[in-house]
Each structure stands twice: as C-alpha cells, then as structure tokens.
Design a protein around this ligand. Sequence first.
Ligand code: BJW
Ligand code: ZN
Length: 242
Amino acid sequence: MFSQQFITKLNRAQTVTVLTGAGISAESGVPTFRGTDGLWKKFRPEELANFDAFIKNPDLVWEWYKYRKQIISEIKPNAGHFALAKMEKIHKSFSIVTQNIDNLHRRAGSKTVYELHGNIEQNYCIVCYNKFSNEEIIRSEKAPRCSCGGLIRPDVVWFGEMLPESQWSASVMASESAEIFFSIGTSAVVYPAASLPMIAKRTGAYVVEINLERTELSHQADEVLIGKSGEILPKLIDVCYH
Ligand code: BJW
Ligand code: ZN
C-alpha cells in the first residue's frame, strides 16, 4: 500500500506538515460538506457559509450551526486524529493545519494545530465584537442577539472573508519547510487552504494525499492513498515506525 520511497522519507523526516479537512472527522460522525452525503437540507456550503446569507436568513444559518454544534459536542476523536497526535511525538517538527472547526485534533492530544477556518466553540457579536461561549447562546430558539442588539455569529471563516492572519502565515511557513506534506480528507477545492500542498511541493516536499477518492490535488501528489484516514494512518504508523 505504501511505497518504499515514502516510508524511507517519512522515517527520516524531521519536518512534517499535515493539512486536514472534513474527511478526517467523518469517522467520528461529523458530516462533510460536499457530495450528496455531506449536504445539509440540500444546501451547498457556499449558500450557507457566507455573510450575506447570514444577514438574509440568520435563523437558517443558525439552525445549521446549532445542528453541527450539537453533533460536535457528542462525538470523540477517531483513530486518524490519534495517529497524527502520535506522529507529532516522533518528528522534530510536526504541524497540523486544519480547515475543521471541531477541535478534534486538540482533543486527540495534538499540540501544534493551526485553525484556518475558526472554531465552533466561540461566537461574537457582529456589532460590538463581544465574545460568547456556546453555553451562553445555545438555548435561544432563533438567531441569538447581543445585549447591544447586534446579531451573534459563530467565530468561523465564511466565503469572502479573510483567514486569521497568524494562523495563515504559520501554515504557509510550515508548508514551505515540510519534507513530507500530507493532505488528508479534504476535497482541496477551497482556497487559500488548497494552495498549501502546492506551496509545499514547490519548496521540495513529498506530497501524500489520503482520501476516499481522487481529488483536485491527486494529479500533483507524489503518493495517493485511497481509503479511510482512520484506517490508513494507524497502518502507516505500524509500517513506518516499528
Ligand atoms: C475522507 C473520509 C475518510 C470523507 N477518510 N477522506 C474562484 C477561484 C478560487 C478561489 C475563489 C474563487 N471564488 C472565490 C474564491 C475564494 C473562496 C474559495 O475558495 N471558493 C471556492 C469554493 C471556489 N475562498 C474564500 O472565500 C476564503 N477566503 C478568502 O479567499 O479570503 C480572501 C478573499 C477576501 C475577500 C474576497 C475574496 C477573497 C474563505 C473560505 C472559507 C471556507 N469556509 C468553510 C466554512 C467554515 C466554517 C464551518 O465549518 O462552518 O470551510 S466552507 C467549508 O469548506 C469549510 C471547510 O473547511 C471547507 C473545505 O471543505 P473540506 O474540508 O475539504 O470538506 P469537503 O466536504 O469538501 O471534503 C471532504 C473530503 O473528505 C472529500 O474529498 C471526501 O472524499 C473525503 N473523505 N470521508 C478520508 N473517512
Ligand atoms: Zn453587541
């Protein structure tokens, strides 16, 4: 399943960077975004995850986030998250760049995690920027409001919005310095996250993709491993670090 070249390179690598997407959390029970299984009430993520949609129909967008907040509060990291946390202990420099907002990498024990699209545990008022925890807002039936009257939104990055600068620049640096770069469970269609594997490749990384199916990235990857990340990653640890 793994090429000898890959195993040798990974075994010797000091700097490893991993980009993850919704697919790594799928085996924990978090729905992905795209494909028929991923769609919520037949909406495409582009239709819900943007500020205009939120202003037009805050109750609908909040219904989606409450549904996802509920799922995420009830699930646990899976074997894929735990395998990555183990790998962090082996390599000198190991970073996870995640597009996910579900906290599962940290809950699995990973320490260096850059969150490109925010975090579902935080919320803020769009007028006064006051912060709110999930406990403070989860009970309201409709879109929650701040005492100043402003709408409260989840602290996540929607289409057309900038990524958090510190997380983005750290992710670019980690990609540029990677000897091995993994792209795991992402359809690799949302930018700028999808540019990181290419940045890594340009600066000499061996790019490895793990996904249930081929993606936009596959033709540029050095190794494409088709299957579930929760099965492939533990196998990789067995083969590579025994
Ligand atoms: C498994 C598996 C298992 C399943 N094992 N695998 C035209 C061209 C290029 C770019 C643009 C463009 N027009 C606009 C843009 C920019 C835009 C963009 O990229 N659009 C494209 C869609 C065209 N990007 C942005 O707007 C970004 N900001 C930006 O660019 O700022 C600059 C700017 C400022 C002002 C104006 C314009 C530009 C922001 C992007 C924010 C994305 N936000 C979301 C929501 C986050 C909050 C939330 O979670 O609610 O992020 S959308 C959604 O997509 C979410 C995800 O993080 C992101 C990526 O999805 P992901 O993770 O790849 O999930 P899926 O479902 O797509 O794929 C899952 C994969 O897993 C599949 O491949 C499965 O096969 C696989 N899988 N089970 C392994 N067990
Ligand atoms: Zn406010």
